[in-house]
Design a binder for this molecule. Structure first.
Ligand code: NAD
Ligand code: TYD
Length: 355
């Protein structure tokens, strides 16, 4: 079996669902259920004995030791993190606790467990750490995309905390020989994406007749990958990646934010037209920029393509259509995640951004 951390969040839940759609190997899913964790994301597995959910913290050394001892996983995949840049600007402490201290505790627990394994089990064991392209910092307009050897230049408390976790993972391989794999992926989008992030926020606000808040000039560039393609890349790296190596994951899909917002509006115009017949683009509002806002991210995915034969299945056009269809079909999920805590965050983040 495998142990997944953070498997009630956006990417983790997609990964667990995908994993069990592709194999019968059971999953132990350790998740703290922060504001971003949601058991509803895993509702399809409610009666599935292959999925064991454990409510807990990756920073809890006792719990980790007990879970590893009881379940004897052949791999641990670390998705658990605080993941939103804007929240890291307002309140960085949790990012240090989970992303840095939590990853450290996980590494220590896994090292103790792995060092006691023998023979085949020890050789087969892997720790896969899920990270982000944001650790590489911001690219100039014409600079080549991030390769695995790009220097680390994190600019936000979020990316700095992820960079620290990547360094710890690397160090545990070099110092203790722990069999680690690291993936650094570009921006994901798709089902179960919490509506504090750009794409789901725009879909949800558009349908609720609210402003579509574009930070600054909207010309910041992100490189978008459909979440299920990220999941297939992780499965492939786990299966065939070389121990100690880093794999950048992306779909060669660089787009300015404003283009993304216009695409979302055009698809909603087509699929769920506004009652007044006008375009959702009328709701676009320019608001104060994010402090320290990274201008451009872009992933050079040639290593994972060349060495592991991985390629994304979706283009941006097919992936964004599926995503919008999912949100239109899952209005109850959207309503449920927009709790009091969600409304408080939206109030805090956007009230101070003068239009
Ligand atoms: P998310 O915020 O949607 O989910 C994070 C999950 O981790 C939640 O279920 C939360 O409850 C859980 N969690 C938080 N702190 C925990 C703790 N201390 N112990 C156990 N569980 C805890 O994040 P996501 O977008 O699904 O991202 C998952 C991983 O992928 C993160 O490591 C993130 O850095 C990385 N990543 C995300 C993106 C992206 O575009 N979202 C891109 C590349 C990499
Ligand atoms: P986000 O989804 O928060 O991901 P990240 O900052 O990790 O890339 O934001 C994606 C881009 O969209 C980023 O450049 C910030 C911008 N953005 C807006 O313009 N308006 C918004 O309301 C949000 C949440 C993000």
């Amino acid at each position: 079996m495998i142990l997944v951390t953070g498997g009630a969040g956006f990417i983790g839940a997609n990964f667990v669902l995908d994993w069990l759609a592709h194999s019968d190997e059971p999953v132990v899913n350790l998740d703290l259920l922060t504001y971003a964790g949601n058991r509803e994301n895993l509702a399809a597995l409610a009666n599935d004995p292959r999925h064991i959910f454990v409510h807990g913290d990756i920073g809890d050394a006792t719990l980790l030791a007990q879970l590893l001892e009881t379940h004897q996983p052949r791999a641990v995949l670390n998705f658990a993190a605080e993941s939103h840049v804007d929240r890291s600007i307002h309140a960085p402490e949790e990012f240090i606790q989970t992303n840095v201290v939590g990853t450290f505790r996980l590494l220590e627990a896994v090292r103790a467990y792995w060092s006691k394994l023998d023979g085949d089990a020890r050789n087969a064991f892997r720790l896969l750490h899920v990270s982000t392209d944001e650790v590489y910092g911001s690219l100039g307009k014409d600079a080549p995309a991030f390769s695995e050897t790009h220097r680390y230049e994190p600019n936000s408390p979020y990316s700095a905390s992820k960079a620290a976790s990547d360094h710890l993972v690397r160090a545990y391989h070099h110092t203790y020989g722990l069999p680690v794999l690291t993936t650094n992926c570009s921006n994901n989008y798709g089902p179960f994406h919490f509506p504090e992030k750009l794409i789901p926020l725009m879909i949800v606000n558009a349908l609720a007749d609210k402003a579509l808040p574009v930070y600054g000039d909207g010309q910041q560039i992100r490189d978008w990958l459909y979440v299920k393609d990220h999941c297939s890349a992780i499965r492939r790296v786990l299966e065939a990646g070389t121990i100690g190596e880093v794999y950048n994951v992306g779909g060669w899909n660089e787009k300015p934010n404003l283009d993304i917002v216009h695409t979302v509006c055009a698809l909603l115009d087509e699929l769920r037209a506004r009652a007044d017949g006008k375009s959702y683009a009328e709701q676009i509002t320019y608001v104060t920029d994010r402090p320290g806002h990274d201008r451009r991210y872009a992933i050079d995915a040639s290593k994972i393509e060349r060495e592991l034969g991985w390629k994304p299945a979706e283009t941006f056009d097919t992936g964004i259509r599926k995503t919008i269809a999912w949100y239109l079909d899952n209005q109850a999920w959207v309503t449920n995640v927009q709790s009091g805590a969600y409304r408080e965050w939206v109030e805090k983040n956007y009230a101070e951004r003068a239009a």
